[in-house]
Design a protein around this ligand. Structure first.
Ligand SMILES: [Zn+2]
Length: 409
């Protein structure tokens, strides 16, 4: 007999997707907007029927608590986020929240009372679209970003996160406050894979072993603008030619027979952008990802070396934009996910997360695990994000097993 109600879980995704629905089947529910508030209000209405106790911390992370036999023990946490990309889907983040709710509702229906409390967490502003940085709520919770800094973030219209959060708290009314940084016994986050691996391998459950590291750089090449018709090659300081050499060398640097390294030049601009002027300036970005910190360090050094070696007669400046250290989840927690999946008849696949998640910050605070389910074609951050209803239910059932186990410890 299934541990969770697959139909209810599916219908709740559909209900939430109507809040901020886009014309093309997707969702636009940016953090701390009226839509985000409405999404949280709907969740709160479901939670209040279960008697869950709602609290918000100073960055707006929302906690829904189901008490246990020993209410003073450290709670087990599960959750994810309800905010989306501007052209986002129905499942990224939302699944982790609704799967957690489904587990708590199923426990209530079956009279399961755990020793420890279980708390469902909705992290604030995971997507980092309206306010930066991304994973704002979990970063502040973990102390990786200062509260004042996060609250001071401004959107494109100059509105601060502080004011947007105050408006949300006022609209939600009645939700009690809690201090920042409360402790958990363990954290488990369910999420769609957002990649093609599980589908290709025909597996339903991914036991996530960790989250790869990410570094971003801005490269600026300075040369000299000159007349395209009169300046011989020997006298040019052509920033595009230097960039071309550098980019070719970078692609050789990141060649990787295992296919593990992710290297992207996502933005490339030459100035002044005139057809008959030698470009005097080129700027481009590098997004570099790898699960191994040592390899990331060596590649970072390689980027610096290539830029200084290949830039002449131009000059190159490398500016780090972002540095997110790779995370390995607690092996015992990963094993719990594998074991629970097998008990439920799903042979799990060990998988590394290519995307970042709130679990990254929890991993530094308590034993942490993630459960992945497939998404169609590996497509995510896209209005056409799609999943199979039975996969939603399978992941929730694995989550139920793992949470029950952890909450009895
Ligand atoms: Zn997400």
């Amino acid at each position: 007999m299934p541990l969770t109600n697959a139909q209810r879980l599916w219908e709740r995704h559909e209900a939430l997707a109507r809040i901020g629905a886009t014309g093309r089947g997707g969702v636009c529910r940016l953090a701390l907007t009226a839509e985000d508030t409405a999404g949280r209000a709907l969740l709160l209405s479901w939670a209040s029927r279960l008697g869950l106790i709602a609290e918000m911390d100073p960055i707006g992370n929302l906690f829904l608590r189901r008490i246990g036999r020993e209410p003073d023990t450290a709670p087990v946490w599960t959750g994810s986020h309800l905010d989306t990309q501007p052209t986002g889907g129905k499942y990224d983040g939302i699944y982790g929240v609704l799967a957690g709710l489904e587990v708590l509702e199923s426990f209530a229906e079956r009279g399961v009372v755990t020793r420890r409390p279980i708390e469902l967490v909705v992290w604030t502003d995971e997507e980092g679209v309206r306010f930066q940085p991304t994973t704002m709520g979990s970063a502040v919770h973990a102390g990786a970003v200062r509260l004042e800094e996060a609250l001071g973030a401004r959107d494109a219209d100059g509105v601060t996160a502080e004011d947007a959060l105050a408006a949300q708290m006022a609209a939600l009314g009645g939700v009690a406050r809690r201090r920042l940084g409360s402790a958990a016994h363990a954290y488990v986050e369910a999420h769609i894979e957002q990649g093609p691996v599980l589908e290709a391998e025909r597996r339903v459950i991914g036991a996530v072993t960790g989250i790869q590291g990410l570094r971003q750089f801005a490269i600026a090449l300075a040369g000299e603008e000159a007349h395209a018709g009169t300046t011989p090659a020997s006298r040019r300081k052509d920033a595009f030619v230097a960039a071309h050499r550098i980019v070719a060398a970078l692609h050789r640097l990141v060649e990787d027979a295992t296919g593990t390294t992710r290297f992207t030049i996502g933005r490339f601009q030459a100035a002044p952008g005139s057809p008959n002027t030698v470009p005097g300036r080129v700027e481009f970005t590098i997004d570099l990802r790898h699960p191994d910190l040592g390899r990331l360090e060596r590649l970072t050094q390689g980027i610096a070396d290539i830029c200084s070696r290949e830039a002449a007669p131009c000059t190159a400046a490398v500016t780090p934009l972002l540095d997110s250290t790779p995370v390995a989840f607690d092996p015992a927690m990963v094993e719990r996910v594998r074991a629970a999946a097998r008990r439920l008849g799903h042979e799990p696949l060990d998988i590394l997360s290519g995307a970042t998640h709130d679990a990254k910050f929890m991993a530094g605070l308590c034993p942490t695990a993630m459960i992945f389910i497939p998404c169609r074609g590996g497509v995510s951050h896209n209005e056409s994000e799609a999943v199979e209803p039975e996969h939603l239910a399978a992941g929730a059932e694995v989550l139920a097993e793992v949470l029950r186990e952890l909450a009895e410890e």
